[in-house]
Write a protein that binds this ligand. Sequence first.
Ligand SMILES: Cc1cc2nc3c(=O)[nH]c(=O)nc-3n(C[C@H](O)[C@H](O)[C@H](O)COP(=O)(O)OP(=O)(O)OC[C@H]3O[C@@H](n4cnc5c(N)ncnc54)[C@H](O)[C@@H]3O)c2cc1C
Length: 538
Amino acid sequence: MSASAAPRGFAGRFYTDHRTRSVYAEGAGPYRIVPAAVALPDDLDDVVALVRTAVDRGWVLIPRGAGSGIPGNNVGAGVVVDVRRLRRPLTVSKSDRYATVGAAVTWRQLDDAAATVGLRLPPDPSSSAFCTTGGMIATNAAGSRSVRHGPIRAWVRAIELVTGQGVPIRIGATDPSVPEFLTTVDSEIRAAAELVRARFPRTRKNTAGYALDAYLQSGCATDLVVGSEGTLGIITEIELHLARRPAAVAGLLVALPDVSTLTDAVHTLLPLRPAALELLDRSFLRIAEYTSDLPIQDWAGVLMIDFEGTRDEVDHAVHLAREDVRPFAAHVRTALDPGEHADLWQLRHAASPVLARLPDTRRSLQIIEDGCVPVARLSEYLTGVHQVADDIGVEIVAFGHAGDGHLHVNALIDTTDPSCTDKLESLLEQTTALVIECGGTPSGEHGDGRLRAQAVERLYGTDLLALFGRLKSAFDPAGVLNPGVIVTQQGGSPLEGLKVGPRAALIPRDVAAGLRQIERTGGWGHSPLELLHDPKPR
Ligand SMILES: Cc1cc2nc3c(=O)[nH]c(=O)nc-3n(C[C@H](O)[C@H](O)[C@H](O)COP(=O)(O)OP(=O)(O)OC[C@H]3O[C@@H](n4cnc5c(N)ncnc54)[C@H](O)[C@@H]3O)c2cc1C
């Protein structure tokens, strides 16, 4: 695809030089794909002009926020549309407890503003310092508190977006009716209700495919757009419900003697309605840099549990949790005051510095990072993932949101190993089979991207895949928005275009080093343009 000139009347920035395209070749995930051009719209009119030009000239557009998305949904060979220059409204209504934000506003900016009036957005991704609210909506992002408060879907009030026909629309609480262009596919989705019930996994989280299950319950088009990964429209503004900030937080750490106790421990804790119920697997504890008297290396895993509420409520909940979980625990440590609590939670971040220091020949790649299963199958899934990785000979580091049955797994690979890609392909293939066999989804909170688009048919079957395709066409008849993500006709390896190994796309050496540094430091809050000395707008 060639995109040599900006749309007429486009007021934002538009770049086609190789250096600028190169800085947008990577996101946080495993891919490096150099785009044909990069566009930074200034406002809604620019977005409309871009989409209409894409339809006229046969471009494809890849919407992008902070670029922290994992499964290759923010990179591609078309025109990357970086929304972070979009005007940024950020208003908070204290009385009605909601915020209106531009898609470029980050979770952190929103939370800081909400905090001034005692409110917050409860779903809290670990990437909250930099991920944009547009990116969160597009991936149905979640966080450690989602075990209590759900992913962001539950907090969406309204969404403004530009469809694939270049038409700005606003959907949600302010206008719950089905937009005209969706009436046919709306009937088809309703007719497929039985199939949806039969094929959608019964997991607490799922971002595979389009959320027809949520749409059937709400009848609200926002539920189609949430989690659509830039394939149905470019989001420009969002209204989000907010909640009161809790008065107190307290928690406890529960050491697991054996992975077989994991599911029982989680089932015991869930009825107490924890605000977080996280797992650090033995593979994580083995590399964690954490100074304390706790013998973390001896344990099969650790659960980190939080409760929120009044002081009395959280103290009581911690006490109950400690007693209830004892039969499954090798050790329990409570953290009632803020200092103890902060110390305990440092363990959750104690592997990041180790992973960041890995040399370039040994990389931590997210290929099987998002599997989510019914909680009853969590021990089985974790054991199975270890077995698969051991058999293939790939080291892994696992952790995740145990209360949601959701496991993040990083593969630590030797990039000089000639069989590295083959091993990763086996890992992806076998883990996908395992997660589906466990009644789960390969995409719990990051979306399908390019990485797992082929797994969508495997999970849902051909009839639902075809329905997803018709839904996509209703929003985007010309197929200009992020093709190859969620719905794909492509065969071949989903691991084409990796950022590591001898076949990685060539980009300037200093740009590659800069992108690696962003990855090591979690520097997604910076514009990729900062990597350039002299970006030349056309
Ligand atoms: C260190 C780290 C920790 C993370 N922790 C979590 C976590 O706890 N929970 C979690 O859910 N995720 C997590 N992620 C993944 C990522 O941060 C989320 O998916 C986040 O929501 C992506 O936001 P973004 O602004 O970076 O979007 P991008 O990465 O830029 O884009 C992600 C997807 O959203 C689409 N998109 C972005 N903006 C728009 C828009 N305005 N309109 C339409 N489509 C758009 C893109 O096309 C793409 O499909 C983590 C990532 C990293 C690197």
